[in-house]
Design a protein around this ligand. Sequence first.
Ligand code: FAD
Length: 455
Amino acid sequence: MSNEKIVIAGAGLAGSLLAIYLARRGYAVDVFEKRPDMRLETISAGRSINLALANRGMAGLEGAGVMERVEPLLIPMEGRMLHDEQGKLDFQAYGKRPEEVIYSISRGELNKRLMDAAEETGRVRFHFHQALESVDFNKRDVHLRDEAKNQQWTLGCDRLIATDGAGSPTRQAMKQQLDIDVSEELLGHAYKELNIPAGKDGQWQMEKGALHIWPRGGYMLIALPNLDGSFTVTLFLPYEGNPSFDALGNDPTRIQAFFHDNFEDATRLMPALVDTFLENPLGKLGTVRSPQWRVDDFALMLGDAAHAIVPFHGQGMNCAFEDCLELDRCLDEAKGDWAQAFALTEERRRPNANAIADMALENYVEMRESVRDPKFKLQKELGWALEERYPERFIPRYSMVMFHHLPYAEAQSRGCVQQEILDALTSGDVGKVADVDWNQADKLIQERLSVIRDQ
Ligand code: FAD
């Protein structure tokens, strides 16, 4: 066993998984977490009660040998269930193959299982109520605050891996001490979590196997199923304008009327809507892009700390888990040279994190607006037809991101070319897939898309 002093800041999803990876490599790891132990105290699991887990995240869990203990938490979602203003439903599958599904999972339960698995290695110690406040990169010191005793203290260490989330104090310290220009862009929309309780006998009151969306153009409501028969519902809405969180304020009448007018079928299933709306905090959303994630062989940021993204592609956690897997691979390649492993991880992950950040922003428009457009539906159908005909060259972008492992940056660049092909093939009066000119399709695909090397 190595006697290096390895510190992880943040015992969230990425920090807990990374602790397992490092313990499996023989390192002893100390994880410092600001909040109390969620296994002992009922605390809000943080942002979003449940999440969509997809292939990339599952690869990260499998790599650490923990997929089996996570499986009982999964609820498959086979597609989007769109709810229009009249409550009419329209199901849009995510893919064409049975394995092309994503999974709803409880953030809290997942986090707890990862912490248990980390502790069971015998090499990981979690320290709760310990907030990292700052880092001295020259001295290799981490400044912490014991939140229970309200005392500051300092710890020297050999490595610091910062998975301290979107507001990362490690990133703030890097910005100041390394004078780097980090972009932290807040979205003009926020979110509020609500709940559709289980029905009689703990049954789900809507289709359980789908991610529900109420797309309304400038805003939307979504709902993901929970194992107890309930749904976690999230309203995404601008801060300002009309409608907006500002315009609704804390006025029960306005809140009730807004939901009744826009999401009538969901409103009927939320008897405690107004109380929950008033109780729950408003969540911020934003994108972080940092030009630097590491300092020599001492520090590396991963997960949201390095690259927070908006949640509309359901990829923040998936990307963070892929980061952990990549660092593990880079440690193999670098044969114990931490500086090289950190450099390789940053080099491989940063362009990909920037790509998924862009695609996540674009997907907000897709979810709240485009899904209602007949042209979008036609192109979706055509994308699947092209995938069936040219499986080695054409995979719809959503599928590349959610069901495959090719780097996000490649999914993004191939996706741009594919969109141009879809636009060309559906121009003019093409109204259905049968109207498409397949000679033109053949030519465009052969000329413009190389064979995919999927991993
Ligand atoms: P976090 O999970 O935020 O963990 C950070 C940890 O660090 C926390 O435990 C925190 O308490 C701790 N911490 C913070 N500051 C300090 C400090 N100073 N000292 C010590 N500890 C500290 N992703 C998906 O893949 N699929 C989804 O469907 C999805 N849906 C989402 C919905 C919403 C509304 C939001 C906001 C996000 C969603 N995400 C989703 C993104 C996902 O939540 C994040 O990408 C993921 O949690 C990142 O993991 P992380 O460990 O880097 O950060």
